[in-house]
Design a protein around this ligand. Structure first.
Ligand SMILES: Nc1nc2c(ncn2[C@@H]2O[C@H](COP(=O)(O)OP(=O)(O)OP(=O)(O)O)[C@@H](O)[C@H]2O)c(=O)[nH]1
Ligand SMILES: [Zn+2]
Length: 197
């Protein structure tokens, strides 16, 4: 556990609920291995939902730089883990973001931080995609943004339909990406092999 993690209000209550959950699942929460488990799970769940307490707009505005560059900027292969709001099971994969600046650029890491914030909330993949796009569009006001998310959903792998290999792809875009040619340019660059640098 990261010693710098700040846990939010309600941690003890959350742990008490997980104590009850263990019992309801047929376990003995008093046995050696499980004594600390309710608190561990409560802390883990607070980490996985830390995005509720974070402001993605502020992350971007804190690192806005005036710059004349007005070609496409692509940050691809941003790993993420999120939890589906239906089953609270993980879905995970990669986010690819492209934007065309309009006088301002943002720090590259900030794009990944925005992904991190929205994915650390209960989500559906479509909304995650849209929220990342909207946040960059509304804050940076670029000529356009496009976001592509590729993910595997554990609620489809471990339970339910039990399909191990299906990948869900979602995308959303604005502005210049309304033009098929611009979207194509991004998709072609996404498909290209990343060079080792
Ligand atoms: N569109 C969308 N659906 C999702 C996402 N994550 C999980 N789901 C789906 O949410 C649906 C919930 O359907 P329900 O019929 O209410 O729940 P369920 O009985 O558990 O469904 P099954 O998973 O088919 O067993 C399922 O089809 C899941 O595959 C997501 O990010 N986007
Ligand atoms: Zn689910």
């Amino acid at each position: 556990m990261n010693p710098e993690t700040e846990y939010r209000e309600g941690l003890d209550q959350l742990a008490a609920h997980y104590h009850a959950v263990l019992r309801l699942l047929g376990e003995d929460p008093g046995r050696d291995g499980l004594q600390k488990t309710p608190m561990r799970v409560a802390k883990a769940m607070q980490v996985l939902t830390r995005g509720y307490a974070q402001n993605p707009h502020k992350v971007l505005t804190d690192a806005l730089f005036e710059e004349k560059y007005n070609q496409m900027v692509i940050v691809k292969d941003i790993d993420f883990f999120s939890m589906c709001e239906h089953h609270m099971l993980p879905f995970y994969g990669k986010v690819h973001v492209a934007y065309i600046p309009n006088g301002y650029i943002t720090g590259l890491s900030k794009i990944a931080r925005v992904v991190d914030i929205f994915s650390h909330r209960l989500q559906v993949q479509e909304r995650l995609t849209q929220q990342i796009k909207d946040c960059i569009q509304d804050t940076l006001k670029p000529m356009g943004v496009m976001v592509v998310v590729e993910a595997k959903h554990m609620c489809m792998q471990m339970r339910g339909v039990e399909k191990q290999n299906s990948i869900t792809t979602t995308s959303d875009f604005s502005g210049a990406f309304n033009q098929a040619k611009t979207r194509e340019e991004f998709m072609n660059l996404l498909r290209g092999e990343s060079k080792r640098i």
